[in-house]
Design a protein around this ligand. Structure first.
Ligand SMILES: [Mg+2]
Length: 270
């Protein structure tokens, strides 16, 4: 019976330069591997040690990248090791099997959304109407499933985010603030539903997971054992759940620790 490892990517396994949170003297900093180039510039990194551990993990478990990124944003990440047989994109809206979206899964998700929450158009219209151009840099719709804004964090009023979250709650949507992005995501669009589907297909009897943001809470509640880094939305609210370990490490070193914990747990006798 295989072990399934479902892990968030951004600020859990891979880190932009702004999110590295390195605190040691420069001469003692870990060597980093760039795993994503965007518009010809390096964008995301993990430590070389994490990269090696991730390769090893591929021999011990079914590793499933589990991200809110669109398929296009996911596919430009070049993680070490073989291409994962399964990957979850768009917060569960797309289940990639050998790199190709499973049409049946996507249809099931969109049917569920149509029945259980307010339509994307209504949320989009609210965002366009209430967000202030003074601090909004970009407005985006992802995969026709959810919306996000790229904002100037220093200018963003905390009150506006709270009001948006309350407005969205009544319509079956969740709001998540991650770095410079504010996501509005339908509540029924979850990473956990897609992870359960992969567990069913692979017959996994142990599911491990990790994540840092509010959108990862349902994932962590669905796994047997999980880890969250010392930074991010979940750490800020001191979020915890049975079977979930809150790590003290922050930034790219938390990513390394998480892969180490995945590997150690996957190798432990059961
Ligand atoms: Mg994340």
């Amino acid at each position: 019976m295989p072990v399934l490892v479902a892990s968030d990517l951004d600020r859990t396994l891979i880190y932009s330069a702004a999110a590295l949170a390195l605190t040691m003297p420069d001469a003692r900093a870990p060597r980093l591997l760039c795993v994503e180039v965007h518009e010809s510039r390096p964008l995301s990194y993990l430590t070389e040690t994490a990269a090696r551990l991730l390769c090893d993990l591929g021999d011990e478990a079914v590793f499933v990248p589990t991200t809110t990124r669109t398929r296009k944003q996911y596919l430009r990440i070049n993680l070490p090791g073989p291409q994962p047989a399964y990957a979850i994109c768009a917060n569960g809206g797309h289940l990639l099997v050998d790199g190709v979206s499973d049409a049946d899964w996507h249809r099931r998700v969109t049917e569920r959304l149509a029945g259980e929450c307010a339509p994307l158009a209504e949320v989009r219209e609210h965002l366009l109407r209430t967000a202030d151009p003074v601090w909004v840099r970009k407005q985006r719709v992802a995969e026709d499933l959810f919306a996000y804004l790229v904002v100037e964090r220093e200018l963003l009023p905390e009150e506006w985010v709270k009001e948006l979250a309350a407005w969205a709650e009544g319509r079956g949507w969740t709001v998540s603030l991650q770095g410079r992005k504010i996501y509005a995501v339908p509540k029924p669009l979850t990473k956990s539903a897609a992870v359960r589907e992969v567990a069913r297909r692979t017959g996994a009897d142990l599911v491990l997971g990790a994540g840092d943001s509010l959108l990862d809470a349902d994932l962590l509640l669905a796994v047997d054992r999980g880890w969250r880094p010392g930074h991010g939305e979940l750490a800020e609210t001191d979020w915890s759940a049975p079977g979930i370990t809150a790590l003290p490490e922050r930034g790219v070193l938390a990513g390394e620790r998480i892969v180490r914990e995945f590997l150690r747990t996957a190798r432990a006798p059961r």
